[in-house]
Design a protein around this ligand. Sequence first.
Ligand SMILES: Nc1ncnc2c1ncn2[C@@H]1O[C@H](COP(=O)(O)OP(=O)(O)OP(=O)(O)O)[C@@H](O)[C@H]1O
Length: 580
Amino acid sequence: MSAIFRLLKLVLPYKKWIALSVFLGLLTIASSIGLMMTSAFVISMAALHPSIAEIQVAIVGVRFFGISRGIFRYLERLISHNTTFRLLSHFRVRFYAALEPLVPARVAHLKSGDLLQRIVADIQNLENFFVRVIAPPSVSVLTALLMTLILWAYHINFALAFITFYALAGTIIPYLSVQLSRGMGKQITVLKNQLNVALLDHLNGLPELLINRQIENQEEKIKVLNKKLSRLQRNMLIIDALHQGFVTLLMFGAVVMVLIVGIPMVENNMLNGVYLAVLVLGVMAAFEGVLPLPQMAQYLEENNEAGKRLFEIIDRPPQVVDPQQPIPFPNEQPVRFAVNNLTFAYNNTQQPALKNLRLEIPYSSKVAIVGPSGSGKSTLARLLIRLYDYQSGQILLNERELKNYRQTDIRENIGYASQSFHLFTGSVADNLHLVNPEASERQMLDVLRLVNLSDLSHTPQDTLNYWIGEHGNRLSGGQAQRLALAQVLLKNSPVLIFDEVTSSLDAETERLILKNIFDHFKEQTIINITHRLNNMEHYNMIFVLNEGELIGRGTHHDLMRENEHYRHLFKIFQESLLFA
Ligand SMILES: Nc1ncnc2c1ncn2[C@@H]1O[C@H](COP(=O)(O)OP(=O)(O)OP(=O)(O)O)[C@@H](O)[C@H]1O
């Protein structure tokens, strides 16, 4: 239950609201008790044909408690829901703030559905934490105290009879419920997660499933998960119904005991018979306090599991940490990189993705990084923008180690277009404004022109307003890539890193766009990571990687002359053009 203690710490800032809600919960049950007791008094007295004056106060009491019960219940629900929503937003903000520095290094292995499940469903699950886990035991203890005091005022034996059965209903029944439902809460949370992940996978991969005729298999998987979840939830409900039955049984046990104590007292004129009815109904009403306890035990387990899954993410130390005293980014100046003996392995791998890499990227140069798939090209780009930090060696940005710059400064000043970009549902202009909210129409149209996308619609205005659909699905692969490229160009950063951003374009469009970019961004340092050895003569320097090592450097002509590996890559690319 370690997660529960940590969740309790998180709710501490809301203790005043929680106390108020618990107090209102107590007042609601106290009103129920009052209503039952005064009603019992009025009905029993009425059988004795008293004058109206004798029951006048009790009649007012019935009215008062009848109304106050409704009002207190309303206020209790208002405050408890208000507190719950505040708590949920507090949990969400905490989780999101902790998640941000972990992306992508520490969450790369999680499925997107799993992450979504944690940030949405697991946090939503904690909705029950306050309403069904924290508040009910507090209210039930206070109710026990209140009723014990009332009964004690008549005779200690009434109080003892009540508290014995009440305590049994408040401890043994929830304990049995925990035993019966042990593991179910955890299984329900896990199954809900699996079901959501499977559903999300299903929806995202619908076209592929259709093409490969796998829809039925996938649906079968979802059905099996759904069945398992329904079976568990039904079992939970059966256990829940059993509790309600046993609590009612114990309530009647308490009533019988109060009668056993009270009847001889009435016979011996130690107690007015009217009050016996009053006490019996009061005892029945007080059991409302223990009714939610068995359910609390079930939610405790579910919340503990949801909490564990959230803390498991929050507790991960970020892979990249900002320096204590960051140095300012040299914006306004051209940028150069020097990479010395750089070695880097991803957390979950033994084999380094980059080994003893040594290269320089001069001021305002245009360099290409080429190599076969898996040779470490994208890894180098990720290190240059500090998405990951390297284990040994150095990356210097204008002679200062990269780790001395703040991550946000680096990402603000280095434009990075990766092969796995994400376009948002909206217009072309919406997506461009995401990277530069201040950009004017003219600036946006300029970058669209550079990437050959300004004629997406009939007029420039229509192009900016063009609705690209969900994740850009109203664009072709090449158009989407060009829009992602336009986003980065709009940042106008001193460094531009492109990672396979022209892979979906035909050779001519690719040539045109690269020419536009090189002509327009003369001062900028441009690093292009590419498989496609197209227009290579335009680069000042080309680095050739293989299995994480640098195996060649130079201009296209130098490399064609001296580097067999490069010649081989170039030949393969030329051949691929013949078959394109
Ligand atoms: N997040 C990751 N976790 C673990 N290993 C990774 C991760 N990303 C890449 N790798 C591994 O690191 C090595 C280099 O990968 P990288 O993506 O840098 O290659 P690449 O040259 O860019 O390939 P491609 O041209 O196919 O994009 C590969 O062996 C790859 O399997």
